[in-house]
Design a protein. Structure first.
Length: 511
């Protein structure tokens, strides 16, 4: 693929003036998405108490954003290649801020699910545009590696800033305030981005094929919905129908891309083993992590009794590890090899998740904090290097589509992880045996049990809560074990798929 990766011949193009300031604007968009994703988990107990969703509705609130964004990322990445990546980023950021207000003032579980879905539409415009603009801003391979590292580190920092700021807001204001923190970030991004970001688009992109857009959306949502429903309720007629419809739509999407002269997504990208291996590694990593991450805030607050701000601080080691690892990942991959760094990072996450299978209600923070630190370091190494591999595998004209594939793998993995691992936690939890008089709502979610306990006699409430918490932790430990297995399998797959893969600018002596 090196023929498509030659740096531009003039120093002015390779070293674009103001590129680092422009990167600062791009990472604000990443911060916006990362903060939003993490504060939701922290606010979940409060949303449960206020909106009283069922267990299934709570899972939908958690993963409908990922469903929609996964279905639209490829379409939005391709749209950015056509109408301009700067334009779609700024429009998407404005919409993201406006819809955040809708999230903040949702009054029913159904309204919250719709608000999260709309936020997914806006979010789908942001991530592909940021990575694609980095590909077009930084032509020097080593600078681009550092820029991708900063991009990834900011996403990780967002996962730390989100819970801490969100925790502070939850202790002083109502839960909707955690969504309103998007507004000042969005305002700065748009106002500064108009001035600093260069516009870039594909020279002769061809039309934006709406049939492909619909096929992609129907296919992704249909398949993910079917997996989620099958994991939660078993196979029913509607579940099977949704899965078959989704699979048929994805098949039609692939066939159509192969026939179109200017496809929405160039399927030939997947012939590159490094590109395919990096995408698969991302998908499996997030699948193994996301279910656990979604329930971790509930464990810290509803099982261990930490305040929201304290729960946010408790998750800080993961972000610190990811930031540090992300900034040195490119250098490490050039000195060692791509597959060593990616596989090593994935194996480290797998071992950390395996350590969490011994969780109980009274597990001390040293074990939890150490495991989260290792997870962060492993994720920082693997995600940064795979993002660099994906961007380096394509000509810059296809950067939006390639970035969208990368982000689709991430979001699809998140949706599948919350659906599959979340269903494991929920399934184990629902089977707890409470004392006589335990209401049905207590079996829907741990938040529901805490709410129900307030209306029960003190002794019965204590017995019921202890049983509910024990069952919840059992489910969490089982999900951690499944996640560890997925991550270790991903490490082995990456070792073989990324064989011989090198980052641009690396010496030829490292395979």
């Amino acid at each position: 693929m090196t023929s498509t990766l030659r740096p531009a011949s003039t120093t002015e193009v390779v070293k674009r003036p103001g590129r680092w300031l422009a990167l600062g604007v791009l990472v604000l968009a990443v911060l916006l998405v990362a903060v939003d994703a993490t504060v939701l988990g922290l606010a979940t107990p409060y949303i449960s108490e206020d909106l009283k969703p069922s267990g299934t509705q709570l899972l939908w609130i958690g993963d409908v954003y990922s469903f929609v964004i996964a279905g639209l990322l490829v379409s939005m990445g391709s749209l950015g290649d056509r109408v301009g990546r700067k334009r779609i980023l700024l429009v998407g950021a404005t919409a993201f801020g406006a819809i955040s207000v809708f999230n903040a003032y949702a009054t029913t579980p159904e309204m919250m699910i719709v608000a999260r879905a709309l936020l997914g539409v806006a979010g789908a415009t942001l991530m592909p545009a940021t990575l694609a603009l980095i590909r077009n801003l930084f032509h020097d391979p080593r600078e681009r590696s550092l820029a991708v590292g900063v991009w990834g580190a900011t996403a990780s920092a967002g996962t730390a800033v989100g819970p801490i700021v969100g925790g502070f807001l939850l202790e002083h204001f109502w839960w909707g305030s955690v969504f309103l923190i998007n507004l000042p970030v969005m305002a700065v991004l748009v106002l500064v981005g108009i001035k600093l970001l260069p516009e870039s688009r594909t020279a002769n992109p061809g039309p934006w094929d709406l049939v492909s857009v619909v096929l992609s959306l129907v296919g992704m949502i249909g398949v993910v919905y079917a997996i989620k429903e099958a994991a939660t309720h078993g196979f029913a007629g509607t579940t099977l129908a949704a899965g078959l419809l989704g699979a048929a739509a994805l098949y039609g999407f692939v066939r159509r891309q192969l026939r179109l002269p200017t496809p929405l997504l160039d399927m030939r990208l997947f012939r590159n083993r490094g590109f395919s291996g990096a995408v698969l590694a991302d998908l499996l990593t997030i699948l193994g992590l996301s279910g656990l991450v979604f329930f971790l805030s509930q464990y810290l607050q509803l099982v261990q009794g930490r305040r929201p701000f304290e729960a946010g601080l408790a998750e800080l080691p993961a972000a610190v590890g990811a930031v540090v690892a992300g900034l040195v990942a490119g250098r490490a991959a050039r000195r060692l090899s791509v597959r060593t760094v990616v596989s090593g990072g994935l194996a480290a996450i797998g071992l950390a998740l395996a350590a969490l299978t011994v969780l109980d209600q009274s597990t001390g923070y040293p074990l939890l904090g150490a495991a989260l630190l290792v997870v962060g370091v492993g994720a920082g190494f693997s995600f940064t290097v795979t993002a660099d591999v994906i961007l380096s595998s394509v000509p810059k004209e296809q950067a939006g589509s390639a970035s969208a594939v990368s982000e689709t793998a991430y979001e699809l993995g998140a949706a599948l992880g919350i659906a599959a691992l979340g269903s494991i936690v929920t399934g184990v939890y629902r089977d707890f045996t409470g004392p006589a008089g335990t209401p049905a709502a207590a079996h829907e979610s741990l938040g529901g049990a805490v709410e129900a306990a307030a209306h029960m006699p003190a002794h019965s409430a204590g017995v019921m809560l202890d049983a509910a918490r024990t069952s919840f932790v059992d489910g969490l430990a089982l999900a951690a074990g499944v996640g560890a297995t997925v991550l270790l399998a991903a490490a082995v797959a990456a070792w073989f798929l990324l064989r011989g893969q090198r980052l641009e600018g690396a010496g030829t002596n490292h395979a």
